[in-house]
Design a protein around this ligand. Structure first.
Ligand SMILES: [Ca+2]
Ligand SMILES: [Ca+2]
Ligand SMILES: [Ca+2]
Ligand SMILES: [Ca+2]
Length: 372
């Protein structure tokens, strides 16, 4: 005989499961697992921590706890009714209602009334579905986000931290994004509606350099197994590529070196995102580039760093400038890169008459970075 009110065995199982779920969240967010993870965790520490706190808050709700009790009870005797009992007999199961919202992770937003549209430059966005509900009182067991419109060739990945928690998406290409949310109730019934949200990415920076790449040998460029290509930007007159601390090259190890006037941030480059599982994008912006001389411009470099098992990549570089309106200064692609090779895609001059992107007809490709 158990105690009359509470099933102690079931409760302790539920608490253990809850603890495992919480620690699972800690692990995915905070413990780097590879060299590249470590690097990114350091670079984006502020965002990661902020994300973690919010995820926990969004994930741990009273409905989660009651669901865990149901799950634990299914193998033991209990006074608590089983989940299946709720949909039996007179009470029909109604479909849940999806309600979506957005949070720009680099800005503070009241998550009780999140917007369904964001105008932003680049960054990560949290996809909020916790306000979804079910009129018959069922809990929401799953939130599913789908990208229905996006700039570029390959859709950005929706990264779901947990089945019930918020998802995230990286906004790193200029243009319009549309996403849809459907939710599923605890009995597996999907919402009868989809909730749409939209994001428009517009550049506020004077200069935007964007790298994308195609990997013909990769059957799925949206999954997490792909070719790692890296964008590099060498300052005017710079000599040393790919060396943290030299401050000549803006890349994943040196995301915002102080260029131009020392101590002034507006003429510094900013490396926004490192993609390492295929397709890109990677993007570097400069809010207000310093004027270049006639001979020395910014050099744009592309390195096929890690290939895993894909032999060739076809990178493309596009340069945008935001003057009166955002416009394409130039673009270059159509070359194949093998692992370890570096392609100097072009040189960018920032003159009083506007930006100028100079490329060569003969591709400049070297095995490794050019040495001064
Ligand atoms: Ca329902
Ligand atoms: Ca792949
Ligand atoms: Ca990369
Ligand atoms: Ca500066």
């Amino acid at each position: 005989m158990g105690s009359p009110g509470i099933n102690i065995a079931a409760l302790s199982v539920a608490i253990r499961i809850l603890a495992v779920l919480l620690c699972g969240g800690c692990d995915t967010q905070l413990r780097p697992t590879t060299e590249r993870d470590t690097r990114d965790a350091v670079g984006d520490q502020g965002v990661e921590l902020e994300t973690f706190d919010k995820d926990q808050a969004d994930t741990v709700t009273p409905t989660d706890t009651s669901d865990l009790l149901f799950a634990a009870d299914s193998t033991e005797t209990s006074d608590v009714p089983l989940a299946t009992d709720l949909s039996d007999g007179e009470v029909p199961n109604t479909c849940p209602v999806a309600v979506g919202g957005l949070r720009n992770l680099s800005e503070a937003v009241d998550v009780d009334t999140p917007p369904t549209h964001l105008d932003m430059e680049f960054g990560r966005v949290e996809l909020l579905g916790a306000r979804s509900y079910d009129e018959d009182g069922d809990s929401i067991a799953e939130q599913k986000w789908t990208v229905t419109q996006h700039p570029g060739r390959v859709p950005p990945s929706v990264e779901q931290v947990s089945a019930r928690g918020p998802s995230e998406i990286g906004i790193y290409m200029l243009g319009s994004y549309e996403l849809e949310l459907t939710v599923v109730d605890e009995h597996g019934l999907s919402s009868c509606n989809t909730a749409g949200v939209t994001v428009t990415s517009t550049a506020t920076a004077g200069l935007v350099v964007e790298l994308t790449w195609e990997t013909p040998g990769d059957p799925d460029e949206t999954d997490d197994d792909g070719a790692d290509v890296d964008l590099h930007l060498l300052r005017p007159g710079g000599m040393i590529w790919n060396l943290q601390g030299a401050r000549d090259d803006c890349f994943f190890y040196d995301r915002s070196p102080d260029w131009g006037v020392l101590g002034v941030a507006t003429d510094n480059p900013k490396y926004h995102v490192d993609d390492f599982d295929g397709a890109g994008p990677e993007v570097i912006t400069i809010e207000q580039p310093a004027l270049t001389t006639g001979e020395e411009g910014y050099l744009i470099g592309v390195n096929f760093r890690v290939n895993n098992h894909f032999a060739l990549v076809f990178p493309s570089v596009r340069v945008y400038s935001n003057g009166e309106a955002i416009g394409i200064v130039g673009e270059k692609g159509g070359i194949a890169l093998q692992r370890g090779e570096v392609w100097i895609a072009g040189e960018l001059f920032w003159t009083e008459n506007g930006p100028l992107f100079v490329t060569s007809d003969v591709p400049q490709i070297t095995d490794g970075f050019p040495v001064p």
